[in-house]
Design a protein around this ligand. Structure first.
Ligand code: GLA
Length: 734
C-alpha cells in the first residue's frame, strides 16, 4: 500500500469522528480498532498520540487540523489495532529507541536502561484548562513518569512537562529529564531562531533543516547567543503564511532545545533543562518536576507564531498582579550619572524627568556601599553612607513629591571580592578548592543553591524593600557561571547544583513578590542575557540590550518582538549614537515607543527644545499606550529586509491602530523596481468592510479615510523619505 493511502484512511477516521461532533472536545481518548488514540485539538491544530500494543505511547500526528499533509506511515502503521512503537512520545534511554532521549536514568544496581510502559491516563482540567496526563512506569525499579499536557485551544498552544517520582526503595540517578518531545510529520523544513551577543541580542537567523540533530543551548546560565525559542517552518512558510511550529522554555538556567531530523524527513522537537554537567539523586518517595515547555502551531507563518507567543505571555505567563497594568514611562539615570550618584544630583534629574512626563524614576548601579566603580560593593545591599548619609528615604520622598514612583537597581546573585559580604563568607561563591575563581566584570557568583546564601539574599532584599518606598526593582545579572563547585554539599548532591540554584532563584523572587506585591520587577542580564519565559513568570518586563543606539535598536527590537510582547520590551532614549547618524529627538523617541519607553539620557544637558519634544512624545505615547502595549503586532517591514521598518499595532477589537514607521537609509536613485514597489504599505488585520481614518497625531491633523480592504489590498503610499525619518500614524475605525 502506498503511504498516501494509509494517510487517507487515517484522515477519514478523523473526519468520521468529526461528523459525530465528538472532536469539539479539545482532548478526547478514542478507541479505534482496539487501540487508544488521544486526540488534542486547538483552534487550528491537531495533535495525536496512540497506545501501541506493547504498552508504549507513540506520537502519531502534529499539524494543521484539517488533516495531515503527510503522515509518518512507518510509525503509524495502523494495521488493525496495532501501532508499531519504534518511536516514543516520551523517549527514554533503553531498548531500541533512536530518538534524542527525554529521560535517562541510572538505577541503584547500575542498570542504565529504562523500560517505561503505559500505566494509566486521565483527561481533566489542569489549572483551568483542558489537560491530559499520561502515566508511565518502570515496574522493576518503581520509577514513575507522568507526562502533562495543558492545552490553550484558542492560542494553538500546549504547555508540556514531566514529573518523575521514585516509588522504589533506593535512590535513582536522573541524568536527563526533558520537559517534552514531539514529532513533526516528514517534510522539508526551515529553522529560525534568535542569535546574538552582548549589545546585539535577538538577531533572527534561519537555515534549511537537514538530517541530524541541531541543538540550541545554554551551559553557563546565559542566553546571549540564543534565547530559548525556536521555530520550525514547513516548506514554503514565510513571515505571514504557511505552517510553523514553535517552542520555548520556562527556564532560565541551563537549557537545551534539540531539533532532530531523520533521513526520512520526520522531525523530533525536544527541550528542557540541559543536564550537561548535571545529575540529580531522586531518593525513595521524591519527585522531580521539569520546567514547562510551550509548543505551538501557527498556520499564519512565523509572525502568527509570534502573535500566539505574545498572547500567551500576556494571558498566562506574566505575574498576575501587573499583567493588565500599563507599564510606566521610566527615567533611569545610569547613562547620565553611572556610579557617581548622590541625592541632590538625582533629585535635580527627577525634577526634569517629572516635567517631561516620566512616571517612574530609577536609580541604577552605584547607590550601595563602596560602589564607586565596578570593582567593589556587590553583595552589600545598603545605601552607601558617603553618597547617601541619610539613607535612600529622603531622596525617595522628594522623588515621590514630584509625582513619580521610585525604583532601584540590584544584582543580588553576585558579589565583588572587594565587599564586606565576600570578606565574611568567601565560601559562599561557586568554587572548586583547587581551581582559580575566575572573575568577570570583577565579580563572582554566589552559590544560591546554599540555604545560607538564599537566607541572606531574602533578608537583604526584604530589608531594602521594607525600609524604603521602592516600587520597582531592576534585577540584573552580569556574568555567566564558571567553576560550578559546591564543596560544602555531600558528593552525591554536588552535580545537582545548577538545578537547585535555579529553584532557589525562582523561590527567592517569588517570595519577594509575595511579600511586596506592589513592587514591579524588570529582568536584566547585562542587557538581554536572560530573557525567557521562566523569568517572565516572575518579572514584569525585560531590558533587551545595553545597546540603546536607535538604529541598532530597531533590529534588536524586531527580533525581541518575535518572542515577547511589546509590554515587556523596555527601550530608553539615551544620548548614545554609536554610528554617528543624524538622529532627531523624534526618531529616538519613536524607536523607544515600540514597547515600553523610557529616558536614559543626561536630561540635565538636554536643550529646552529637546525637553519639549520629549514631553510631546511622552504625551503622545500615553495616548497610544494601550494599543502599543496590549495590541496585536504585525511587523509589516522588517529592518533585515531593507531600508525601512514598519510596525502595525491593532487593538483587539480592530477599531484602533498605530503605525510606527521608520526609514534607515533612503534608497539611492539606482534602487531596483522591487524596492520602489515596496514604497506601498499594505496593512493587515483590519475589518475589510469598515472605513478607517489614517492620520498623524495630533487628532486635528488632516485625515485620510480609506476602507480596511483598500488599506490591506491596495495599500497606502509609504509616507516618509530621507535618512532616519519616522512617522507615527493613528488608525481609527469610523
Ligand atoms: C548592566 C545593565 C545596565 C546597567 C549596568 C550597571 O550592564 O545591563 O543596564 O544597569 O549593568 O552596572
Amino acid at each position: 500500500m502506498r503511504p498516501l493511502h494509509l494517510a487517507a484512511i487515517f484522515v477519514s477516521l478523523i473526519a468520521c469522528v468529526d461528523s459525530f461532533g465528538q472532536t469539539t472536545q479539545p482532548i478526547i481518548a478514542a478507541q479505534e480498532g482496539g487501540a487508544t488514540i488521544w486526540r488534542i485539538q486547538t483552534a487550528r491544530s491537531l495533535y495525536e498520540i496512540g497506545l501501541a500494543g506493547d504498552g508504549v505511547v507513540v506520537p502519531l500526528y502534529y499539524g494543521p487540523k484539517d488533516g495531515p499533509t503527510s503522515v509518518p506511515t512507518d510509525r503509524l502503521n495502523v494495521v488493525g489495532a496495532k501501532i508499531r512503537s519504534a518511536i516514543r512520545e516520551i523517549p527514554f534511554r533503553g531498548g531500541v529507541g533512536e530518538q534524542v532521549p527525554a529521560i535517562e536514568v541510572v538505577y541503584p544496581d547500575g542498570v542504565r536502561d529504562a523500560d517505561l510502559t503505559y500505566d494509566s491516563s486521565s483527561i481533566a482540567q489542569i489549572e483551568g484548562q483542558p489537560g491530559l496526563q499520561i502515566n508511565l512506569k518502570d515496574p522493576a525499579y518503581g520509577l514513575k513518569v507522568s507526562a502533562y499536557y495543558r492545552i490553550l485551544p484558542e492560542l494553538d498552544l500546549m504547555q508540556r512537562w514531566i514529573v518523575l517520582s521514585n516509588g522504589g526503595d533506593k535512590p535513582i540517578t536522573l541524568e536527563n529529564a526533558q520537559s517534552a518531545s514531539c514529532q513533526l510529520p516528514a517534510g522539508e523544513y526551515g529553522l529560525m531562531h534568535l542569535a546574538g551577543d552582548w549589545a546585539r541580542e535577538f538577531m533572527p537567523r534561519s537555515a534549511p533543516l537537514t538530517p541530524g540533530v541541531k541543538t540550541l543551548q545554554s551551559r553557563n546560565f546565559q542566553s546571549f547567543t540564543t534565547p530559548p525559542w525556536i521555530t520550525v517552518c514547513s516548506d514554503g512558510a514565510d513571515e505571514t503564511r504557511g505552517n510553523v511550529f514553535f517552542a520555548s522554555l520556562h527556564y532560565s538556567g541551563n537549557w537545551r532545545l534539540d531539533i532532530a531530523q531523520s533521513f526520512r524527513g520526520d522531525v523530533q522537537l525536544i527541550g528542557g533543562i540541559n543536564f550537561w554537567d548535571t545529575a540529580l539523586q531522586l531518593k525513595p518517595g521524591e519527585t522531580f518536576t521539569t520546567p514547562r515547555m510551550v509548543i505551538g502551531f501557527s498556520p499564519d507563518g512565523i509572525q502568527g507564531g509570534s502573535r500566539r507567543m505574545h498572547q500567551y505571555v500576556r494571558q498566562e505567563v506574566l505575574p498576575a498582579s501587573f499583567r493588565n497594568q500599563p507599564r510606566p514611562v521610566i527615567y533611569n539615570s545610569w547613562f547620565a550619572t553611572a556610579f557617581n550618584v548622590n541625592e541632590q544630583q538625582q533629585v535635580e534629574l527627577a525634577k526634569i524627568a517629572s516635567q517631561i512626563g516620566v512616571e517612574l524614576f530609577v536609580v541604577d548601579d552605584g547607590w550601595f556601599k563602596g560602589r564607586n566603580d565596578d570593582h567593589a560593593g556587590l553583595g552589600d545591599w545598603i545605601a552607601d553612607p558617603t553618597k547617601f548619609p541619610n539613607g535612600l528615604s529622603p531622596m525617595i520622598r522628594r522623588i515621590n513629591d514630584l509625582g513619580m514612583d521610585f525604583g532601584i537597581w540590584v544584582e543580588p546573585e553576585m558579589v565583588n571580592p572587594d565587599s564586606d559580604l565576600y570578606r565574611a563568607h568567601p565560601d559562599w561563591v561557586f568554587n572548586y578548592p583547587t581551581r582559580k575563581r575566575h572573575e568577570q566584570r570583577n565579580q563572582l557568583m554566589l552559590n544560591l543553591a546554599r540555604q545560607d546564601v538564599y537566607d541572606y539574599l531574602l533578608d537583604a532584599m526584604s530589608k531594602l524593600l521594607r525600609q524604603n518606598n521602592i516600587k520597582f526593582i531592576k534585577w540584573d545579572r552580569n556574568r555567566g557561571l564558571s567553576e560550578p563547585g559546591w564543596p560544602a554539599a555531600p558528593r552525591e548532591q554536588q552535580r545537582a547544583v545548577r538545578i537547585v540554584y535555579m529553584q532557589n532563584l525562582y523561590k527567592l523572587i517569588d517570595t519577594l513578590r509575595t511579600r511586596f506585591p506592589e513592587v514591579m520587577f524588570e529582568d536584566c542580564s547585562g542587557g538581554g542575557g536572560r530573557a525567557d519565559l521562566g523569568m517572565l513568570q516572575r518579572m514584569d518586563q525585560i531590558w533587551p540590550s545595553d545597546n540603546t543606539n536607535p538604529t541598532d535598536r530597531l533590529f534588536i527590537q524586531s527580533g525581541f518582538l518575535r518572542m515577547f510582547p511589546p509590554n515587556t520590551m523596555v527601550s530608553w532614549v539615551t544620548d548614545d549614537n554609536w554610528h554617528h547618524a543624524a538622529l532627531s529627538m523624534q526618531y529616538r523617541f519613536a524607536v523607544s515607543m515600540a514597547g515600553v519607553p523610557g529616558v536614559g539620557g543626561d536630561i540635565a544637558k538636554w536643550s529646552g527644545a529637546d525637553r519639549e519634544t520629549a514631553k510631546k512624545m511622552i504625551t503622545l505615547y500615553k495616548k497610544i499606550r494601550p494599543i502599543i502595549q496590549q495590541g496585536t503586532v504585525h511587523q509589516l517591514a522588517l529592518p533585515t529586509a531593507g531600508d525601512r521598518v514598519a510596525l502595525e499595532y491593532l487593538s483587539p477589537d480592530r477599531k484602533q491602530g498605530v503605525l510606527l514607521l521608520y526609514t534607515l537609509r533612503d534608497p539611492p536613485a539606482g534602487s531596483t523596481d522591487a524596492e520602489r514597489r515596496t514604497r506601498v504599505l499594505h496593512l493587515v488585520g483590519l475589518d475589510p468592510n469598515a472605513p478607517y481614518s489614517v492620520r498623524n497625531d495630533p487628532a486635528d491633523s488632516p485625515e485620510q479615510i480609506l476602507s480596511g480592504r483598500t488599506l490591506m489590498d491596495v495599500g497606502m503610499p509609504w509616507p516618509i523619505y530621507g535618512d532616519y525619518n519616522c512617522a507615527i500614524l493613528r488608525l481609527q475605525k469610523k
